[in-house]
Unconditional design. Sequence first.
Length: 305
Amino acid sequence: MDIPDQSEVASPPVATGSALKGILFVVTGVFLFGLGDSLTKYLTERYPIPFVISLRYAINLLLLLAIFAPRHGASLFRTNRTSLVLLRAACLSVASLFTGLALRRMPVGETVAISYLAPIGVMLLSGVILGEKVSLTGWLAAALGFIGVLLIARPGGGLDALGVFFAMIVAAASTAYHLLSRLLARTETTMAMLVYTAAVGMFAFAAFLPWTWPTTFPAPFDLFIILSLGVLATLGHVLLTASYREAPASVLAPVNYSHLAWAGLFGWLFFDHIPGLISLSGIALVAIAGILVAIRSRRDAVATA
């Protein structure tokens, strides 16, 4: 699961390009994330999760090194707060594991929607950890988000209870990941954080391969899909980084929530699942809550600039 992380591009050059081009980059990036979510569901229903995710991170790491190493060399691995960088990467690995577990039991759209509680969690915890004030709009967004999740995961709604629990862990791990991203954005480079995230994920899941290697090696088509996951994730993050060179975050942040629409669309196309009206209402509330948080965050950033 890839939730767009604005802090990874918190210090881009001043946006001087086309706002439309930036928006298209974001829409395309989250399109790739949504496609990756659906492919992950397909694969984790057939193969051990550590096997799938370790290969995904391996391709991600190889592509990042191929893109950045020729120009930046050893500086890719230079960090100021290495322990926190590694902890951040571990949080995303936890989110990846439980994303696979959740997608085994739940539809793509509902899983992605619940995971998008993370930006709301970041906002609320920032008040405690970073001393930031939560405005009335922030509290309204939090309320809308939690009501939305209650509608999605309501009793009798047909979702697997354990799958919902796994998706909530994804949201919690993603919250920690984004909080650490905000703490590290001022001292670490985007490239280093991306490379360490991919390396930690690859080695963490590769450690379990002796016990989780599939009894039947994937057919060529499935192996192609596994390798494609790393390509999709890498291209998605590259597009998001490029988008913030074209347009300001205040314009782009709300567009990230088109991820929910892509996830629902792919869930219908690939798995013939259409959320019920109540679940769709819950997903819409989560999206509205997230957009409110995004707008509020950018206004606060402008006010304190």
